[in-house]
Structures are given as structure tokens and as C-alpha cells.
Design a protein around this ligand. Structure first.
Ligand SMILES: NC(=O)c1ccc[n+]([C@@H]2O[C@H](COP(=O)([O-])OP(=O)(O)OC[C@H]3O[C@@H](n4cnc5c(N)ncnc54)[C@H](OP(=O)(O)O)[C@@H]3O)[C@@H](O)[C@H]2O)c1
Length: 246
């Protein structure tokens, strides 16, 4: 699949009010995107982006678990060329000891069905606009489960499987479908993770550089590169290392 440069493109990003999604919005415009549809559950949290970039930021009310929001976004944003499925959450807890079943269901709703439903709504729009790209923000947890977060890991593994399926299904319409597998990134989500973290800006820039080359599997930080190499060399050893913790 040919690469898709963000320059002069119209981009829609879910969860763009903070964290990596906000960096995706900022870096898209810094790298020459025409316009960013900034998805957020609370549009008032987009004020800083709008103050900086004016009408290049178009706020979109978007809870990815709400099909009415998704349908309204697809009706309003007919010119989207790059869809970034960034919205994500964790917190479902472990599987057996003190689990949070509602949280685990929500992990699947947001991290898996969110990608499924947004991609499904925007695939015809991308087709109409020449193919474009769908970029799914997954995690190294998609490659090997983290026992402290089984629901999150399962939702990200499901997202990876869906990414592969979408790649096949949308290949015929010239849509690049990329999966991104970050390690720890310095955002609210990882604030209690006692590990070295890369900046969300560095992740966004790397992802835009990689989709411009047509990369399908993107490992945007040194931890992710090492983790993926480890899984490729010896998946069982990584599983055991994950079980032992960091
Ligand atoms: N940070 C890391 O270490 C790391 C590592 C690997 C992968 N990731 C992935 O990177 C993506 C971005 O995470 P982040 O680190 O930027 O986390 P974050 O700072 O916690 O931001 C999460 C974003 O997702 C949004 N979101 C959550 N539920 C949503 C829903 N139902 N509908 C729409 N938006 C929703 C949040 O909106 P609200 O503000 O309304 O809650 C927020 O904008 C996620 O998919 C995450 O799994 C993160």
C-alpha cells in the first residue's frame, strides 16, 4: 500500500483533548495537515487547541461508545482522509483478584468496538476520498498479555486482530491500515507506571513519519521496538517476563 503523508490532509482523531490524541492533533497541523476534526467527549477541553490553531481545529462531540455520535461525526466530516483511532482506556483490573467487570467491559467497548464502529462508519468516506489511512493506536499489550491488566490486554489484542482484518477488507479501496504498538508514554494513562516514558509528541511524529512510508506495524519508542523483537524471537519468554513484572 502506498504511504499517506499527513501534509495537506484532513485528519479525524478520537480522544484528541489530551494525551497522545492531543499530540496527534498538534503534530498533524505542525506537519502541514489541512484540517483536524478533533474528537472529544467534552468539547470544552479542546479550547487550548482551538486558541492555538483556530478554524484548522474542528471540534467533534465523540464518545466512541455512542453510535449516535459516530453517525453524526460521519455525517459532518465527509472530507476525512486519515482516521486515527486513538481513544482508549484501562482500569478493568486483574482477572480474578479484585476485578472490575464494568471496567473490563468498557475496555472492550472503547478499545475494540470503538475502533470497529468508527472504522466502519468512515471506511466509505475514506474510499470516496481516494483511500487514505486508518491508524489504530494499540499497545505492546496487544502482543503479550500483562497480568495486571487482562481486559486491557485482551482489548488491544482484539484491536490488533481487527487491524489485520480491516487491512484485508479495505485493501481493495486503497486504504492503508496501520497498527501502532506503543510502550510507556508520558500521559495520564501511564502516570502510575514506574518506567521510562517517551513523550506523546514523539509518538505522534513517529507515526506520521511511518504512515508516510506505508508502514503497517509501527513501534514508536525504544521499549516497543525491543518488546516486539522479544516476542518475535521467543513469545513464551516475553509472556514469562511480563508475568514476573517490571
Ligand atoms: N500512555 C501509554 O503509556 C500508552 C501506551 C500504549 C498505548 N496507549 C494507548 O494510546 C491511546 C491514548 O492514550 P493516552 O496515553 O493518551 O491516554 P489518556 O491520556 O488517558 O487519554 C485517553 C483519551 O481517550 C479518550 N477516551 C476514553 N474513553 C473514551 C470514549 N469512550 N470515547 C472517546 N474518547 C475516549 C479520553 O477522553 P476523556 O478525556 O474524555 O476521558 C482521552 O482523550 C489509548 O488507546 C491507549 O490505550 C497508551
Amino acid at each position: 500500500m502506498p504511504g499517506v503523508s499527513v501534509k495537506d490532509k484532513v485528519v479525524l482523531i478520537s480522544g484528541s483533548n489530551r494525551g497522545i490524541g492531543k499530540s496527534f492533533a498538534i503534530q498533524a497541523l505542525e506537519m502541514g495537515a489541512k484540517k483536524v476534526y478533533a474528537g472529544a467527549r467534552d468539547e470544552s477541553q479542546l479550547a487550548e487547541l482551538i486558541a492555538k490553531y483556530g478554524d484548522k481545529i474542528v471540534p467533534i462531540a465523540l464518545d466512541v461508545t455512542n453510535q449516535d455520535h459516530i453517525d453524526a461525526a460521519a455525517a459532518a466530516a465527509r472530507d476525512v482522509e486519515i482516521l486515527i483511532n486513538n481513544a482508549g482506556m484501562g482500569g478493568g483490573g486483574p482477572a480474578v483478584s479484585n476485578p472490575n467487570p464494568d471496567g473490563q467491559r468498557m475496555e472492550m467497548k472503547v478499545n475494540y468496538f470503538g475502533i470497529m464502529n468508527l472504522s466502519s462508519a468512515f471506511a466509505p468516506i475514506l474510499k470516496e476520498n481516494g483511500g487514505g489511512a486508518i491508524v489504530n493506536i494499540l499497545s505492546v499489550a496487544a502482543l503479550s498479555s500483562f497480568a495486571f491488566a487482562p481486559g486491557y490486554s485482551a482489548s488491544k489484542a482484539a484491536g490488533r486482530s481487527l487491524t489485520q482484518a480491516l487491512r484485508v477488507e479495505l485493501g481493495g479501496q486503497n486504504t492503508l491500515v496501520s497498527g501502532v504498538f506503543p510502550g510507556p508514554v508520558d500521559t495520564d494513562m501511564a502516570k502510575n507506571v514506574p518506567m521510562d516514558k517517551v513523550s506523546p509528541d514523539s509518538v505522534a511524529i513517529h507515526v506520521y513519519e511511518e504512515i508516510a512510508k506505508g508502514s503497517e506495524d509501527i513501534y514508536p519508542d525504544p521499549f516497543a521496538v525491543q518488546f516486539a523483537k522479544g516476542v518475535q524471537a521467543d513469545a513464551k519468554a516475553v509472556e514469562k517476563a511480563n508475568a514476573a513484572g517490571f
